[in-house]
Design a protein around this ligand. Structure first.
Ligand SMILES: CC(C)(COP(=O)(O)OP(=O)(O)OC[C@H]1O[C@@H](n2cnc3c(N)ncnc32)[C@H](O)[C@@H]1OP(=O)(O)O)[C@@H](O)C(=O)NCCC(=O)NCCS
Length: 169
């Protein structure tokens, strides 16, 4: 009897148990590994020049304006969820007229501030010059074009404040 016939003879319940054991071991190994959101990604951001004050977390596939990284300021406890986009530059359209070449218009570069403990929901775009206030929450899929006050929820495109949190009495 060859190995394939032998494997076929293993009862289904046994093979499921073996598979589950392997999955369990793999899961335990993953859990023991440091979370890249708290380790390698913030470290990489700092190396690129982002001004960091404390510890923050970055989800999978977040894009930031690496060429203007020094214009991004992140405070302690900030959570940037997966696939967000942080942009510090855009074209200055003040002097753009019919017949002009858009690609020759100068750039406007503005700082982004993510204040202490704010949370940027998945797939959010933060536009140049925006300050997200302390403890503020940005809804998933928002485009933030204006400052967001502390302890509020802002959602949509452009993001607007939809909720404000009260002081604890
Ligand atoms: C915005 C958010 C914080 C609101 O949470 P909440 O206060 O529990 O809100 P609710 O689910 O009760 O919804 C309240 C209203 O906001 C709307 N809403 C919720 N999330 C929204 C979003 N991302 N964009 C636009 N509107 C949204 C709801 O439709 C609802 O509208 P209604 O009152 O007209 O029915 C939350 O929905 C969100 O997007 N969190 C980020 C999630 C995320 O990115 N997770 C990954 C990180 S770990």
């Amino acid at each position: 009897m060859n190995i394939i016939e032998l494997v076929k003879k293993i009862p289904h319940s046994v093979s499921v148990r073996i598979k589950n054991r392997r999955r369990y071991r793999w899961m335990v190994k993953q859990m023991r590994m440091p979370d890249p959101a708290e380790t390698v990604r913030p470290k990489y951001w700092k190396k690129c020049g982002v001004e960091v004050n404390g510890h923050f977390k970055v989800g999978f596939g977040v894009y930031f304006d690496a060429g203007n990284a020094e214009h991004i300021h992140v405070e302690d406890g900030v959570w940037i969820a997966a696939q967000c986009l942080l942009l510090c530059h855009k074209r200055n359209l003040a002097e753009y007229h019919v017949g002009d070449d858009y690609n020759k218009t100068p750039y406007k570069i503005k700082d982004i501030h993510l204040k202490k403990g704010c949370c940027i929901g998945m797939r959010t775009i933060i536009m140049p010059g925006v300050t997200v206030g302390e403890g503020a929450i940005i809804g998933a899929g928002s485009v933030v074009t204006r400052d967001v006050p502390p302890y509020t929820v802002a959602t949509g495109s452009p993001a607007v404040v939809v909720k404000s949190f009260p002081e604890r009495s």
